[in-house]
Ligand binder design. Structure first.
Ligand code: PFF
Length: 480
């Protein structure tokens, strides 16, 4: 058995502190902004079903593996993978998996901050009564006007990045723990109020049906975002697993998996904590938030004859309609966007924590300096996303393969969520069950080697996850 390490960055004050921070990382724009719009674009029910399946059979086992590896290594993902690679008698090259995560986190934060900036702007728009009594046309044109103004987007992107740098510089425990403890439950309550409003729109059942009634044609055949099937020259529908990939990629994204964020939070986890139980709780909370967001949004979409496949603007073009007409809408709306900003904030911190921890460990840098360097570079890359929605909305930087016709934002999103995170997850799965020994994983997971729970985890991580990811990737590169 290996000597247990401690982390130089400190430890969570308790099991709850970890659960809250990891839930803070998981619950974010992915649940409330991204889940509804990609569900809308990809045809609803069947997509949601695959997403839920991926959470259960891939997400939870990988989350356990990441936390376990983090706690075993107790350092930034790059150094943890380096050390554990050597310790398991494999190779120090496993550090590249850590690097893949650092780059993915960096790229995600570059656009995440821009979208969080939208939410910041909407705090003020809603608070000043912009949406009182507004109709769908007004709400749509307000959003259109907003994203076509690069200076405004830059302003909020800058502010949000500064907020992120500020917390990261101070270290991830402390303030974050307290904030999440209070903000997460508030967000939850507000979402339930929104679902309550959606109930009154007259299209609640249609919204539910869209979310939960699977139509596999919408999932397995190419179609326009949210609409018509695309046909080949013989007039037949074209089979694809791309939407399955998007559902799987989103399972990784929403649980913050595949890039070391949960690994590094695991590295601050005290020893006496059950990794399995906490992983279930985090994944459960995350899923409930996403489903509530969907249940709040789609009835509003249908009640106002909006297009569910609208894309990234979906929540900004639907929820204000609710705030404009419900009692105390200005108050609830403002609160909602404030909480959304906080949810994004607690996620963005975990996106650069692996990079910052590496700079602190390897370059002997102060947290403040490391946070400034990483934040500033990420901010610069974020400008590409800002411009994707206006001046460069017709610029397609990598115009081939899955990146065809995609803007900078679309490319960054697709590359990170649908390729880098599943690839990172695949490597984490392989490392934890093909490279690490059963005795060290069962020891760190605190499960008996012969117990059923351990063997289920082992089986899922050894076979199900790698095969699922490889199968979907194989379709993407047209091998199958
Ligand atoms: N899970 C976050 C969300 O759903 O908004 C986004 C995210 C955070 C992805 C941290 C990846 C990550 F490492």
């Amino acid at each position: 058995m290996v000597r247990r390490r401690t982390s130089i960055h400190g430890e969570w004050s308790s099991r709850w502190a970890f659960i809250l921070a990891a839930t803070g990382s998981a619950v974010g724009l992915g649940n409330i902004w991204k889940f509804p719009y990609i569900t809308g674009e990809n045809g609803g029910g069947a997509f949601v079903l695959v997403y839920l399946l991926c959470i259960a059979v891939i997400g939870i086992p990988i989350m356990m593996a990441e936390v376990m590896i983090g706690r075993r290594g107790r350092q930034s993902p790059v150094n943890t993978m380096y050390n554990l690679g050597i310790e398991s008698g494999s190779s120090s090259h496993w550090k590249w998996l850590g690097w893949l995560g650092v780059v993915a986190g960096f790229l995600i934060l570059s656009y995440y901050s821009v979208i969080a900036g939208w939410a910041l702007d909407y705090v003020f728009k809603t608070a000043t009564g912009t949406f009182s009594g507004a109709n769908a046309e007004f709400v749509s044109s307000t959003f259109g006007g907003f994203i076509s103004d690069p200076a405004r987007l830059m302003f909020w992107h800058t502010l949000f990045m500064l907020m992120t740098m500020f917390v990261v510089a101070k270290g991830v425990s402390g303030g974050l723990e307290k904030a999440v403890r209070f903000l997460m439950p508030s967000l939850f309550v507000l979402l339930i109020i929104m679902v309550g409003y959606a109930f009154t729109t007259g299209e609640f059942m249609r919204g539910l049906a869209f979310l939960f009634e699977p139509n596999f044609d919408n999932l397995l055949y190419k179609h326009e975002a949210g609409g018509e099937f695309i046909l080949n020259t013989h007039g037949e529908k074209i089979f694809t697993l791309e939407y399955v990939l998007i559902a799987m990629g989103h399972a990784f994204f929403t649980l913050s998996l595949g890039m070391g964020a949960i690994m590094i939070y695991g590295s601050y986890l005290p020893h006496n904590t059950s990794i399995a139980k906490t992983s279930f709780m985090i994944a459960g909370a995350d899923t409930v938030v996403a489903l509530l967001a969907g249940m709040a949004i789609f009835p509003i979409v249908f009640a106002n004859q909006l297009d569910p496949g609208k894309g990234p603007g979906l929540i900004f073009e639907t929820l204000p309609l609710a705030f404009g007409s419900m009692p105390f809408g200005t108050l609830f709306g403002t609160l909602f966007f404030v909480l959304l900003v906080f949810a994004a904030w607690s996620s963005s911190i975990s996106l650069i924590e692996p990079a910052v921890a590496w700079l602190v460990e390897n370059k002997n840098m102060k947290r403040l300096k490391a946070a400034i360097i990483m934040g500033a570079s990420c901010w610069l890359v974020g400008i590409l996303t800002v411009l994707s929605f206006n001046l460069w909305k017709n610029v397609h930087p990598v115009d081939f393969w899955v990146f065809k016709n995609k803007t900078f934002f679309d490319v960054l999103d697709y590359l990170t969520a649908n390729i880098m995170l599943p690839l990172g997850g695949l490597a984490i799965a392989i490392f934890s069950v093909w490279i690490m020994s059963r005795s060290s994983t069962s020891d760190e997971l605190d499960m008996k080697e012969e117990s059923l729970a351990y063997n289920i985890w082992y089986f899922m991580t050894r076979y199900v996850t790698p095969l699922a990811v490889l199968f979907v990737f194989a379709n993407l590169v047209e091998l199958i």
